[in-house]
Design a protein around this ligand. Sequence first.
Ligand SMILES: Cc1ncc(COP(=O)(O)O)c(C=O)c1O
Length: 422
Amino acid sequence: MDYKFSRFGQKLSRRGGIVALMDDLGQAMTTHPDMRMMGGGNPAAIPAVQEVWRRRMAELLSNGDEFDRVLVNYDGPAGNPRFLKAVADCIGREAGCTLRAENVAVTNGGQTAFFFLFNLLAGEFADGSRKKILLPLAPEYIGYAEQGIAGDLFVARPALVEETGPHEFKYRVDFDNLEIGDEIAALCVSRPTNPSGNVLTDGEVERLAVLAKAKGIPLIIDNAYGNPFPGAIYTDATPFWDDHVILTLSLSKLGLPGTRTGIVVGAEPVIEAISAANAVVGLANNNVGQAIAGPMLESGELIELCHGTIRPYYRERCERARGLAAEAFGDSTPYRIHVGEGAFFLWFWFPDLPVPSRELYRRLKERDVLVVPGEYFFYGLEEPWKHSEECIRVTFSQPEAVVREGIEIIADEVRRCYAGGG
Ligand SMILES: Cc1ncc(COP(=O)(O)O)c(C=O)c1O
């Protein structure tokens, strides 16, 4: 049969970057185990953390009928009230503000939260106007790119690139070129930024918040890797809150992506809209992650786990991976890596790379190394930017041997690219 999809259907089924990435990731984790998976943002299997999740499952099973209740009952569309209160208290404590359970909603993963938020806030309006989401610092998370149901939803501003060392660089927000027109519905930043591992400074976040407030629009802060949990952040960064901020969190990078638990913290009208969207699209959310992590949020154990185990683990992995890259590339091959301030990635920049990074990705895949080509992270720019074809994202969350071999092969292939001129 010849299936004809609606405009929305065509948009949703387009094979964009995030679909390719998740296909690659799924295959590498199941049917193609020889592939060195350095592509997706899968969290690491940290034994001490996995032990905690196993213990929590055992507690659920042995605690009266708790496990049965978790499985047999739908939650309300905003999530489990006890979990919502625990999140409100935790974020309130960390960000120094007062939040209530009514300021929090759960979604089926952070990814779903963004689908709802972007399409609630931007797109076509009843008066015929169209609004967009402004990404103040490109490159930005690949997973947002395809989420608009009504055409292109994003405008992005290229980052300022600061060369901070012989093989290092850092992105900064280009505030001089950040005029915010009336067509902008919200600002959105991931902090730490996926893909680069950049962490916007407290000063940058405050400035963005002031700009958004002056325009009467929200500032969305995607905290998938950040503080207070999961805490994959290796520099000083204070959780930020204000009435016009929409903060998103997730249990995924704690090691629980299978539970699909995203969290939105925001003003009550936003939370009510997310809750309604949950009911329309999925009735209710997966409640297993909430049941596992909720009591740990209440007791403070979750934050201790983040500070005491998760953060040191990823910080160490980040430093090791950077050391491996320095060894593998040496001084003769041109390469730069973004400063490692957070998240799970080495973001490589190969200045004047003779082939586009999509081609480098293809060549690496032939050698059983999976990375993500940089082009996917630069959507919404008004002008082409050569830099976008010179970067790749490489995760360091997988086992050390995989990371070592992968980086050696990447260095070898990049050397060949420069030597061959194409
Ligand atoms: C920056 C960022 N935001 C949001 C997400 C969505 O994650 P999840 O849907 O697993 O919560 C991810 C996943 O990798 C991410 O990297």
